[in-house]
Design a binder for this molecule. Structure first.
Ligand code: TRP
Length: 328
């Protein structure tokens, strides 16, 4: 079974686009590989500074990952800051990557340019070294990522190859893989844009924690078009096509069959709203249960942290020995 690592930053609430686009596949894929899922809170620290929010967001995300169906006995779900080896190996990675390599990372160039006069932390610059540590600690063979993260996996490979060359074979060289294709969910108000937490208003975003009434209201107000024929055409009818796609995944009915079934936008909107509300009801219930039982949530996270730490500690030890640090 391939060792697979996915990491997610605890920044903001999980929405329907995250769920149908990725998390659902994490759940269905948890038996197909030896999967590790890290909630990378320390990476989020490069941009978050209000005291307490990072920890709160971390617990919210963890509760949601278990609520959507990740099984702590099957998948290793852990919080990055609970496993100290990440920052320990991170330093070694910083000493293995060059200033020039980090300077060429497009994400750093974009983010630091955007922050301009604002505070650009050194962590934003060394971010890829910590990410390399995340990956190499687990001997990950596969890292499913979107295109925006490919350069980070490339630099991780370069670092691992360089380290192995200097100090002898220590790290597994990972490769980026394309995640199983999920549904592409668009914003209900701006159906040409992907549903995304960076949108200014929430009106077109379905959060997994929204109540059935809120969900139904947002779908009722979904933007469509004025020609009033139900047809699937992403280009010319993005709003209607988005509803058809969502209803299709929520009910397991092919889009073509739905197109036959519906003649009115109103009915399509209400049915999609109720199908999504129904799909999310057990998830929200489990989420609330865990949020109301912090002891249970931390027990589940401890299972993950303990399992992650066994692997991480042995890899770090291997790296220390390869370098030849004085034994203690
Ligand atoms: N940089 C990734 C992102 O912004 C998050 C991340 C941190 C990550 N460590 C990782 C992704 C390790 C894959 C593997 O989404």
């Amino acid at each position: 079974m391939a060792r697979v690592l996915s990491c997610i930053q605890p920044t903001g609430q999980v929405h329907l686009g995250n769920y149908l686009g990725a998390l659902r596949n994490w759940v269905s894929g948890q038996h197909a590989g030896d999967v590790f899922h890290g909630i990378v809170d320390l990476h989020a620290l490069t941009v978050t500074e209000t005291p307490g929010t990072l920890g709160a967001n971390t617990l919210d995300l963890a509760a949601m990952l278990f609520a959507v169906g990740l099984d702590p006995e099957v998948a290793t779900v852990f919080v990055q800051s609970h496993v100290p080896q990440h920052t320990q190996l991170g330093w070694i990675m910083e000493c293995t990557v060059s200033f020039g390599e980090l300077s060429r990372m497009t994400q750093f160039k974009d983010k630091s340019a955007k922050k301009e006069a604002d505070f650009v932390s050194a962590g934003l610059f060394t971010y890829p070294a910590l990410q390399a540590a995340d990956i190499l600690l687990y001997d990950a063979q596969e890292v499913p990522v979107g295109d925006d993260q490919r350069q980070h996996i490339e630099i991780t490979r370069d670092i691992a190859i360089r380290f192995n060359h200097r100090f002898g074979d220590t790290f597994v060289i990972p490769k980026a893989v394309t995640p199983a294709a999920g549904a592409r969910v668009m914003d209900l108000q701006h159906p040409t844009n992907k549903m995304s937490k960076s949108t200014e208003t929430d009106a077109g975003i379905i959060y997994l924690t929204d109540s059935p009434a809120e969900i139904e209201k947002k779908f009722k107000r979904a933007v469509t078009d004025s020609d009033n024929t139900v047809a699937y055409d992403r280009e010319n009818k993005p709003g209607v096509s988005n509803l058809l796609d969502i209803l299709s995944v929520a009910t397991g009915t092919p889009v073509a069959a739905l197109v036959e079934q519906y003649s009115q936008y109103g009915k399509l909107k209400t049915d999609t709203g109720s199908a999504v509300a129904e799909m999310l009801t057990p998830i929200r219930a489990r989420y609330e249960e865990l949020k109301n039982d912090p002891g249970e949530l931390s027990r589940l996270l401890r299972i993950g942290a303990d399992r992650a730490q066994v692997v991480a500690a042995s890899t770090l030890e291997r790296a220390y020995r390869a370098i030849g640090l004085a034994p203690r």
